[in-house]
Design a protein around this ligand. Sequence first.
Ligand code: ATP
Ligand code: MG
Length: 258
Amino acid sequence: MGVLLDIRNLETWYGPIAAMQGVNLQVEQGQMVTVLGANGAGKTTLLNTLAGVIDPFKGEVLFNDQKVHGLDADEVCRRGLVLVPEGRQIYPFLSVRENLNMGAYTRTDGSQTEQDLARVFEWFPRLLERQEQHAGLLSGGEQQMLVIGRAYMSQPKLLMLDEPSLGLSPLLTKEIFNIISRIRHETGTAVLVVEQNAAIALAHADYGYIMELGRIVAADTCSALSQKADVREAYLGGHATQGLSGTQQRWKRRKTWR
Ligand SMILES: Nc1ncnc2c1ncn2[C@@H]1O[C@H](COP(=O)(O)OP(=O)(O)OP(=O)(O)O)[C@@H](O)[C@H]1O
Ligand SMILES: [Mg+2]
């Protein structure tokens, strides 16, 4: 398996604030990789930098051995790095089908969308039932399905998802992750997913990175990460009652990860 995405020493600033520094990360062809981290760790910054929404200050992003940093977001998407942003941005007054077709607008090869649309409807039968309905009338979970389906219509080689579970019930979260895994296995699309729900992300992904204050502080296979005491305590329910602020304080104290 070759390396699909190779991030080297990536650094992004917002004005005087360094939101991400020294980030090295790889995704292999067909692999599913997760990035975990507390609020404000820089996860969204990472995905937005990869997607060309923000330009990095320093570092390189190689996709299929080609530099993609500094390219416009639509060009990055055309190359196959497709982002499903946080917060489910849909076109509420367009139909479900029209929303899905919006994902295909970056296609320059003139390829037919019907086959891909049929696949999306196979993965998300609820979208098929509601294809003529205004997308604004969908439930939160259905809107998440819609934005994932729309991203698939852009023919991703790497599907990047920013907290797909946000605001969803545990059951729907499970359903969404099962479908993400299906898309990956049935199409060979690689996946890079940012998640706060560490348990489900670690259960589905092959490899994981942990981000703290803009830096990667741990990286390992998901099965190894799941065994680490630090990760278990901070993410897998060790201090569940403490909430996220407790987690973050603990992370600030502890500088070394094993
Ligand atoms: N547009 C912006 N302007 C200035 N600072 C920003 C901007 N966006 C994010 N930041 C800051 O950069 C840091 C990283 O933010 P980011 O949104 O990447 O974190 P995150 O890991 O995605 O957090 P969350 O889990 O809450 O989504 C934070 O300190 C945040 O306040
Ligand atoms: Mg975020």
